[in-house]
Ligand binder design. Structure first.
Ligand SMILES: [Zn+2]
Ligand SMILES: [Zn+2]
Length: 260
């Protein structure tokens, strides 16, 4: 069994390999991160994670909601096997009588596996190559200073260089499509436009929870508040590394972002 990346909608049943006595194949970062996240219990909410969301601008109410939902990752996934077989970028896998080249993308997951079959002119794109929605690119408490958006944009550009234009893409959500180059360009452009809107918004100081209008058309509801905050932080960190923005913490530990 091959899992493209660690998210529970892609690994929830990967633990079946234990019963079926078959190997689980994954990238190394995603296998171990999945194990670590699944091991978090509801009662061990770390204080640095609370500081992380307080810094982003969460109210005490919302921090309580975070405490309540902590540890749900493990509840949504069957326990993984003890070991796995590592998949590396550039490697060729033989499945049936076909060769599949492994391409690893970053930003949505630490090491997201895509499988490209030149003979079939086909790529299994997972969440890395979705046709319409932009996959969530988030900063998480586990790596609070990360810049996953930079990695995401770099991966999209690299895939566009490596893949031929005339491919059929099998994404993990929504329908198959053609035009992978156009899609990758659209994904990069979407984030570049969002970064510019973010810069404009930060003409006056903003918290991470204030900049949703730069990134999302629709209203952010309760269910999407956490991924939306992670996504805001990903854009803020990218803009910070480009030196478009600066950040300062106030006496309550809340970070305020403004134009550099
Ligand atoms: Zn995913
Ligand atoms: Zn998914």
């Amino acid at each position: 069994m091959i899992a493209t990346h660690l998210h529970t909608d892609h690994t929830g049943l990967a633990g079946c390999t234990r019963e079926w006595d078959c190997e689980l194949w994954m990238s190394r970062s995603d296998f171990y991160m999945c194990k670590v996240m699944a091991a978090d219990g509801p009662s061990d909410v770390p204080e640095d994670a609370i500081r992380f969301y307080r810094r982003a601008g969460f109210t005490e109410d919302r921090l309580d909601r975070y405490r309540q939902r902590f540890g749900i990752f493990g509840a949504n996934i069957a326990p993984l096997p003890a070991g796995y077989r590592r998949i590396n970028d550039g490697q060729y896998l033989e499945v049936g009588d076909r060769e599949w080249r492994v391409l690893i993308g970053h930003g949505h997951a630490p090491e997201h596996v895509c499988l490209y079959c030149p003979a079939l002119k086909l790529i299994i794109g997972g969440d890395q190559l979705l046709p319409k929605i932009t996959p969530n690119v988030s900063v998480q408490p586990s790596e609070p200073h990360a810049n996953p958006l930079k990695e995401w944009i770099t991966s999209c550009a690299r895939f566009r260089e490596l893949l031929p234009p005339n491919l059929l893409v099998l994404p993990a959500h929504e329908s198959l499509y053609e035009g992978v180059h156009e899609r990758l360009t659209a994904l990069i452009d979407w984030h570049e436009v969002a970064l510019e809107k973010l810069y404009d918004l930060c003409g006056t100081p903003q918290r991470a929870v204030d900049v949703f209008p730069a990134l999302f058309k629709s209203e952010i509801n309760e269910g999407s508040f956490f991924p939306a905050t992670g996504e805001s932080l990903a854009h803020l960190h990218c803009a910070l590394e480009r030196r478009w923005l600066t950040v300062e913490e106030d006496d309550n530990g809340v970070a305020w972002w403004r134009q550099a």
